[in-house]
Design a protein around this ligand. Sequence first.
Ligand code: B1M
Length: 233
Amino acid sequence: MSEPLSYEEDFDLRDLTDEELVEQMYDDLYNGLRDEVVEGTQILLERGWSAKRVLDEALVAGMGIVGVDFRDGILFVPEVLLAANAMKGGMEVLRPLLSQSSSETIGKILIGTVKGDIHDIGKNLVSMMMEGAGFEVIDIGINIPVETYLEELEKHRPDILGMSALLTTTMPYMKVVIDAMVERGIRDDYIVMVGGAPLNEEFGRAIGADAYCRDAGVAVDTAKSLIARRRAA
Ligand code: B1M
């Protein structure tokens, strides 16, 4: 009787069509298989996919599936952490391509995820894309309290403050930060941009932000146009 074939022997990601490979990457993300997600990302790039397309159609879409099953109680935190780790593996491959910075810095953004919130994948993506567009990015991390935002603003004097929140319970904290800036009389010294899955345009306006950004691409375009407008004024 012959031995059962191992994963490596009977399965090569390179044998798959693009469509099959993307489907397989959804499964690999779901199962937290970082090496396979890294390999899939590399293969799609070798086949001529742009970094942006791999990001949107393979990684972000795959993470969306994880998100649905997390919401429905099919996946739990440890599994989602593994999926997030696999996604970060793919993002590391894309990082140099997404952040191929132009030599000229067009502005400075300080970005962090608000207090009580440890989600950082979206924030990291925004950072990469902003770097790629020529911004200097100061990423102050996750779970950031208002005092730290204020200290870091003072220290780095960026053009833009970016805040990220992924939880409905943490998004109101963005207003705490903006209110503290108003109290200190520094609100108008900075452009404030906010983002994260549960936010929307209306929320951005209600808390006094200059802009809500649906995704990393929108964040880049918005940052460019708000900086241009401010400089013109
Ligand atoms: Co969490 N989680 N999570 N989680 N998690 C969500 C957000 C949730 C929607 C899942 C669900 O129920 N469907 C849900 C929130 C529900 C709600 O608030 N109503 C949720 C929950 C409940 C929780 C916990 C409370 C679970 C628990 O412990 N019981 C817990 C909270 C921990 C905490 O923060 N205190 C928790 C924990 C975790 C993990 C640690 C396991 C992990 C995070 C790992 C990490 O980030 N390192 C995790 C993950 C991975 C998710 C999901 C599945 C994926 C988030 C993600 O990375 N998306 C998420 C479900 C979902 O969103 N569909 C979920 C991909 C990323 C590219 O998108 O972050 O939206 P996103 O970023 C986009 C845009 O939003 C925008 O651009 C980005 C790129 O295009 N953007 C910005 C984001 N920030 C921006 C800032 C800007 C501009 C644009 O500034 C200028």
